[in-house]
Design a protein around this ligand. Structure first.
Ligand code: NAD
Length: 272
């Protein structure tokens, strides 16, 4: 622990269970001296696991469906009230696709679910930032981070409508980053994370094979959730004050690797 976030306060969304990336971010933010409010969809609260994290981090929970402006308004005003002032950081760690859950392939997507995917996984980031702007909820040099995936740039068929959601999410980070940078010196970024074994991750068909493929292609191997949490902490800290409007690859080198010895070996052996 180095107290990188001493005196900083914020909101952390998306901690569902111990595997969640947001769960690890919360533990690390707490260890680095931050105070924060936890939030998740009211439905996710029923599982109750978040109460454990809340106790560990001494962080209250304010339930909010990230698609509901009303919920988000209560979340941002409640967080500022509880934390005693404006916010220094916000983590958007939210994703959901009913099309993926139901195993729909790209040619048979249900369009109502498609819109829901975009609303939950991308527009919700805009809604959070818009509420923060309206309530003037950020301190200067604040930081908003959302978690993305490389399917925003490359085709991964099984990721179906989440690919478009991530492309939209990254675009929102750029546009809102420009606006909030000017208005309030607040930075907005996305982190594009390696495949990670979480509830959302493992719900994608073929995840295990793809996880192994990415692991063998990336020179550093897949980035674990703990390392992603470290990266989030660095982006909340004052060490990255001029990083904004970026999609930051956190993938062990996956995105810039063509082929690796491990993959060549695998294919050569399979052919024998
Ligand atoms: N796991 C991976 O392989 C991977 C890779 C890259 C990026 N990501 C992204 O990381 C983020 C966190 O996912 P995770 O892997 O930790 O899985 P997770 O399942 O633990 O987290 C997803 C969270 O989204 C929340 N959520 C869903 N609908 C919501 C709503 N309407 N309102 C508020 N919250 C809602 C869920 O309750 C859950 O806590 C997501 O954006 C995901 O797309 C994950």
């Amino acid at each position: 622990m180095s107290n990188l976030l001493a005196g900083k306060v914020g909101i952390i969304s998306g901690a569902l269970n111990e595997e969640s990336i947001a769960w690890k971010v919360a533990l690390k933010a707490h260890a680095e001296g931050a105070r924060f409010v936890l939030t998740n969809a009211p439905l996710a609260m029923r599982m109750g696991e978040i109460n454990k994290l809340s106790e560990q981090c001494n962080a209250p929970i304010i339930p909010a469906d990230a698609t509901s402006m009303e919920d988000l308004e209560k979340l941002f005003s409640g967080a500022q009230e509880h934390l005693g002032g404006k916010l220094d950081f916000v983590l958007h760690s939210i994703g959901m696709s009913a099309n993926i859950r139901k195993g729909k392939h790209y040619g048979e997507l249900n369009y109502e679910w498609y819109q829901k995917t975009l609303d939950v996984s991308a527009l919700s980031f805009h809604k959070m930032l818009a509420v923060a702007e309206k309530q003037d909820a950020f301190n200067e040099w604040g930081s908003a981070v959302a978690l993305s995936y490389i399917a925003a740039q490359r085709a991964f068929l099984d990721y179906t409508d989440m690919s478009q959601a991530k492309a939209m999410l990254e675009s929102i980070a750029r546009s809102y980053g420009q606006r909030l940078g000017k208005l309030k010196k607040v930075r907005v970024n996305t982190i594009s994370q390696s495949p990670t074994k979480t509830t959302a991750g493992t719900g994608i068909s073929g995840f295990d094979a793809f996880y192994e493929y990415a692991n063998r292609l990336s020179p550093l191997g897949n980035a674990p959730a703990e390392a992603c949490a470290d990266y989030c902490i660095s982006l909340f800290s004052d060490l990255t004050r001029y990083v904004t409007m970026q999609n930051l690859m956190h993938d062990g080198g996956f995105s810039t690797t063509g082929i690796s010895e491990e993959i060549v070996e695998l294919i050569t052996n399979a052919k024998q």
